[in-house]
Design a protein around this ligand. Sequence first.
Ligand code: NAP
Length: 158
Amino acid sequence: MGRATWESIPPKFRPLPRRDNIIVSRALAATASESTTGTRTVFCDSLAAALAAAAESKRIYIIGGAQLYNSVLELAASPAGAGLDVRVLMTQVARADGSEIACDTFFTGFVPTQWQKQSHADLVRFLDNEAIEVPQGKVVENDYEFEFTYWTKRTDAN
Ligand SMILES: NC(=O)c1ccc[n+]([C@@H]2O[C@H](COP(=O)([O-])OP(=O)(O)OC[C@H]3O[C@@H](n4cnc5c(N)ncnc54)[C@H](OP(=O)(O)O)[C@@H]3O)[C@@H](O)[C@H]2O)c1
């Protein structure tokens, strides 16, 4: 995750449990790594260093924010990222009444024409975890509707 995302998690809830927490930040890069049971917290000054720190992991989840998402997609589209098999798990949120939501952060690196939305069954297969229940289709909660979606890069996209 990027520094802003790390800092947005209240200190009592971080590091996120039962997983390695790898934070990309030039400002925090000198912070010492820590390990507690089932959790390792590592600070890296670049995306490349963060990916190297996670090299042993079967799967790496990039959990934001916008800057880091955009960096990863940029890397994956470049020759240096040729070995990365990037998938996008995206929650699409809208107001139930169709009115606009004011936003201040944008996922500009995601160009929908370059990606193929996959089925709910593919999403469940990808997660490969029976403990996770993923609602299918749009869910309405209070004034909002949301949908969990799964995207793979189109093979004919550059
Ligand atoms: N909807 C979502 O999925 C989601 C997920 C997470 C967060 N968020 C929200 O998004 C907002 C944060 O987004 P953001 O784009 O401002 O923050 P961000 O990507 O979490 O953090 C930005 C900072 O991370 C470091 N960073 C990011 N990419 C880097 C790279 N390639 N190389 C080196 N350092 C890099 C830099 O830290 P330094 O300045 O220290 O160098 C940069 O200033 C928060 O409001 C958060 O709550 C949303």
